[in-house]
Design a protein around this ligand. Structure first.
Ligand SMILES: Cc1cc2nc3c(=O)[nH]c(=O)nc-3n(C[C@H](O)[C@H](O)[C@H](O)COP(=O)(O)O)c2cc1C
Length: 343
């Protein structure tokens, strides 16, 4: 577990290199299905501090199916072609040829900065498809997949994201990490839990640090439970990772990246936006989501972001109760008005 302290880095932390890409600061926004779409990434970029952003994971097989017909690209690639770089797109599947083909197109047609492969998802639907964390029990197969995708995407760097293993009885991260490195991946992200944990307990940063010692030169990005600038500093100073990745905490506080980046530079952590600024942020986010998805679907989708923004605030329980019923823009604004003060 990463504990707090020291508050700011005692020495400047080096930029992370993923192939030819320089990730500076070495703080990555994690892929999160259902959340890290274009609108959310725009907010992360506005606050700054994230050196590399990632999309939600996309199904490689779905990509091939959709782009072969009239339906166009997967909805999860919203914004990807035009938004600023650097940007990583994550994909999942277990078929080397499909992943290689999609990786080649993401690197070529979409010009993404990094192609990431998911070997960590513990969700039943993905594991039943023998993908995501299911593949952690087959390190050699992970290596073959990565090798094919690396060849197909060159010179765009390919990375992999894993958990420690499928279960506590089957911790394979060392073997998988070595296979990923031997296959030519440009970096590896390790979420310090096994798949059967889902999100139970705490991430095992000692294990993450131990994996680092088994690698030759491939950079290692640590992930799990980082929810403060202090913990990010501690991850670098105590566990020797080359980069860190933040997921859930950024949904509640997308300005966390900027706080962590300041701490890594040894500077004071900037103040969080006040409640009025957070209110404006939520309404801006709502506007973009509704513009993209329409009023009804947009408001339903926005509920989950709004609940995250409200987390830990006074009145959050009542806010959640009401926001989870809104279907129109007026209703959404009314509930926000009631719980978040205006400037
Ligand atoms: C709602 C949700 C969706 C996620 N979707 C993905 C995903 O698409 N791909 C992936 O590699 N990890 C996914 N994750 C895992 C996160 O990227 C990250 O590894 C995990 O949440 C641990 O980091 P944290 O403690 O900072 O949240 C997801 C996590 C959450 C909570």
């Amino acid at each position: 577990m990463v504990t707090n302290r020291p508050r700011t880095a005692s020495a400047p932390v080096k930029a992370l290199r993923i192939g030819a890409l320089v990730v500076d600061p070495p703080i990555l926004q994690a892929p999160m299905a259902g959340f890290t779409n274009f609108a959310f990434r725009r907010i992360v970029r506005e606050f700054g501090g994230a050196g590399l952003l990632a999309t939600e994971m996309i199904s490689a097989e779905g990509f091939v199916r959709m782009t072969g017909g009239v339906k166009g690209a997967p909805a999860r690639l919203w914004g990807v072609k035009d938004e600023p770089r650097p940007l990583a797109v994550q994909m999942w599947d277990n078929d080397e040829a499909t992943l290689a083909e999609v990786g080649r197109r993401l690197a070529g047609e979409y010009g993404v900065s990094v192609v990431d492969i998911n070997f960590g998802c513990p969700v039943k639907r993905i594991c039943d498809a023998h993908s995501g964390s299911y593949l952690l029990s087959e390190p050699a197969r992970v290596g073959r997949i990565v090798e094919r995708v690396v060849q197909a995407c060159a010179p765009t760097p390919v990375t992999a994201k894993i958990r420690l293993g499928c279960s506590h009885k089957n911790v394979t991260a060392f073997e998988v990490a070595r296979a990923v490195e031997a296959a030519g991946a440009a970096a590896l992200t390790v979420h310090g839990r096994v798949a059967e944990d889902y999100f139970k307990g705490s991430a095992d940063w000692d294990r993450i640090a131990a994996i680092k010692t088994k690698l030759d030169k491939m950079p290692l990005i640590g992930n799990g439970d980082l929810d403060s600038a202090e913990k990010v500093v501690a991850a670098f100073e105590r566990y020797g990772v080359d980069g860190v990745m933040i997921a859930r905490a950024a949904l509640t506080r997308p300005w966390l990246f900027r706080e962590a980046a300041a701490a890594l530079r040894g500077e004071p952590v900037p103040p969080a936006p006040d409640l009025a600024e957070q209110r404006a942020l939520m309404l801006r986010h709502h506007e973009q989501i509704v513009e993209r998805f329409g009023e009804q679907r947009g408001n339903v989708l926005m509920r989950r972001y709004a609940c995250n923004y409200a987390q830990g605030k006074r009145g959050a329980v009542a806010f959640r109760r009401y926001i989870n019923r809104v279907v129109t823009n007026d209703e959404f604004r009314r509930v926000v008005d009631e719980y978040f003060p205006r400037a």
